[in-house]
Ligand binder design. Structure first.
Ligand code: SF4
Length: 423
C-alpha cells in the first residue's frame, strides 16, 4: 500500500476509483473541495461500507401544494457529520426523450449548486432528474426557483410517476408513433395524479416507439405503450440486393433468415419475402437490414399492463391489454385517456394498499379485470392461445374490415377484434 493510500480516510471507496471506468468517487472527491457536505457524504459512505449499515432514514417532506416529489433523507450520523444531517433528493420532471438545450442544463446545474450538494443524477431509475443534497430549508427554495423557471416536480409514493420515453421520431427511423408528444400529453392530462398520491400504489408509464423497447417499458413500467404496425413489413428490393452484395448471402441466412423466431422470412434467388401474418414484430430482421427493411405503414401502439419489480409477487413483465390501437388523432388520445381512467378507477376502488396493478390483476384474475375496465378478452393477451383454455376458439374467420391491409394482422384494435369468447 502506498503512503498516500495509508493516509486516505476512505480506503474502501478508493477501491472504486481503480480500473478503467470513470468513478463517481473521484467526481465526489473533486466536488468536496467546493462543498463540505460532499466530503461528509464520502465519510458516511465509507463508514457504511465498513460496517454494512445504512445510516439514512427516509421520511416525507412535501413542497407547498405537492403530495410527493421530495425523497427526504436524514442521517443517523448527523451529530458526527452535521453537513449531511439532512440530505434530501428533489425529483424534477425531465423533458420528453431527455432532450436538453445547453442553457437548460446550465440552469439546472446552477440551481443544484445554489441549493443542494451540486450532485445531479441524469436520470434516476424513475426517469426523473435527481437533485441531491438539499436540507429542510433549501429544498423549498430550490423548489420555488425550479417552478419559477418552468420546471415541475416529479412523482413519488402512491401516485403516477414521472413518465419516460425513448427518443422516438426525433432521431429514430423505426419509431411507429410520436413517443415524445404522447409522453407530454399524458403528463399534462394526468398531472394532478402525479403531484398528489391518490392511487393504491405507484403507477408508471414508459413509452417505446417500436418493439425494440428502448425505454425498457415491459420490465420497468405498469403500462408500457409500444409502437407497432399491423400491415406488411416494407421491403426495399434494391437495398436488399445491395446488402447481399456487401455482406454475402450466407450472412443474411445466418443473421436474418434463421434468426426469425417464427421462421417467416424467405430468401430465394436474392428476393426476400415475409409471411406477414406470422411475423411477431420482434424487429430482429429490421435491426440487421435497417435500410432494406422497415416497419409497415399502418402504424399504432400495443398497450401492455402489469410490469414491476418484486413486491407481493415476484418480478413481472407487462402483458398485452390492447393489441393494437392508432395513436394519431385527438380522438385516439382521448380513447387512451379514457382507458387509463377506467383502469385507475377499477384498481383504485378494489386494489389493496401498496398493491401494484399487475398484482391486483394476479389476485382478481384477468377475466374480472377486463370486465371491470370494459375490454373484451382477446387471444393476443395470452402467450400460447392455441393451447391455452383461457380463450375458447370457435370457428375463426378473419374479420373483413374496409381498408384493412392484405396479409394483415395478428394485432388488431377493438373494432377489428376477431369473435372469440372467454371460456
Ligand atoms: Fe421475423 Fe421478427 Fe422480422 Fe417479423 S420482425 S419477420 S418475426 S425477424
Amino acid at each position: 500500500m502506498s503512503e498516500q493510500e495509508k493516509k486516505s480516510k476512505t480506503p474502501l471507496l478508493d477501491e472504486l476509483e481503480k480500473g478503467k471506468w470513470p468513478s463517481f468517487v473521484s467526481d465526489l472527491k473533486q466536488l468536496s473541495k467546493k462543498k463540505p457536505s460532499v466530503g461528509q457524504l464520502l465519510d458516511q459512505m465509507e463508514q457504511s461500507y465498513e460496517t454494512r449499515v445504512n445510516y439514512w432514514t427516509g421520511t416525507v417532506l412535501n413542497l407547498d401544494g405537492y403530495g410527493g416529489g421530495v425523497i427526504a433523507r436524514y442521517s443517523d450520523l448527523g451529530k458526527k457529520l452535521p453537513e449531511v444531517a439532512q440530505f434530501h433528493t428533489i425529483r424534477v420532471i425531465p423533458p420528453s426523450g431527455w432532450h436538453y438545450a445547453t442553457d437548460t442544463l446550465r440552469e439546472l446545474c446552477d440551481i443544484s449548486e445554489k441549493y443542494s450538494a451540486g450532485i445531479l443524477q441524469l436520470h434516476g431509475m424513475t426517469g426523473d432528474i435527481l437533485m441531491l443534497g438539499s436540507d429542510n430549508k433549501t429544498t423549498f427554495e430550490a423548489g420555488e426557483e425550479l417552478m419559477e423557471k418552468g420546471w415541475d416536480i416529479g412523482g413519488s409514493g402512491g401516485a403516477l410517476r414521472t413518465l419516460a420515453c425513448c427518443v422516438g421520431p426525433a432521431r429514430c427511423e423505426t419509431s411507429c408513433y410520436d413517443t415524445l408528444e404522447t409522453t407530454k400529453r399524458l403528463t399534462d392530462n394526468f398531472i394532478s395524479f402525479l403531484h398528489r398520491p391518490e392511487l393504491p400504489y405507484k403507477f408508471k408509464f414508459k413509452l417505446s416507439g417500436c418493439p425494440n423497447d428502448c425505454a425498457n417499458s415491459i420490465q420497468r413500467s405498469d403500462m408500457p405503450i409500444i409502437g407497432t404496425w399491423r400491415d406488411e413489413i416494407q421491403i426495399n428490393k434494391e437495398e436488399v440486393k445491395k446488402f447481399i452484395a456487401e455482406h454475402g448471402e450466407d450472412y443474411v441466412v445466418d443473421n436474418v433468415i434463421t434468426r426469425c423466431p417464427t421462421k417467416c422470412i424467405t430468401l430465394k434467388k436474392g428476393e426476400m419475402a415475409v409471411d406477414n401474418p406470422n411475423c411477431v414484430r420482434c424487429m430482429q430482421c429490421i435491426n440487421v437490414m435497417h435500410k432494406a427493411l422497415a416497419p409497415g405503414k399502418d402504424k399504432g401502439v400495443t398497450i401492455l399492463l402489469g410490469g414491476k419489480r418484486t413486491l407481493k409477487i415476484g418480478d413481472t413483465m407487462g402483458s398485452v391489454l390492447v393489441p393494437f390501437m392508432k395513436l394519431e388523432t385527438e380522438e385516439d388520445m382521448e380513447k387512451l385517456f379514457g382507458l387509463v381512467e377506467r383502469i385507475w378507477e377499477f384498481w383504485g376502488e378494489n386494489g389493496l394498499e401498496h398493491e401494484r396493478v399487475g398484482e391486483f390483476i394476479e389476485r382478481v384474475g384477468l377475466a374480472t379485470f377486463l370486465d371491470g375496465v370494459g375490454l373484451e378478452p382477446n387471444p393476443q393477451m395470452i402467450k400460447h392461445p392455441r393451447t391455452n383454455p383461457y380463450i375458447k376458439f370457435e370457428e375463426y374467420t378473419a374479420p373483413k374490415m374496409a381498408g384493412e391491409p392484405k396479409g394483415a394482422p395478428n394485432v388488431t384494435d377493438k373494432e377489428n377484434e376477431p369473435k372469440e369468447s372467454a371460456s
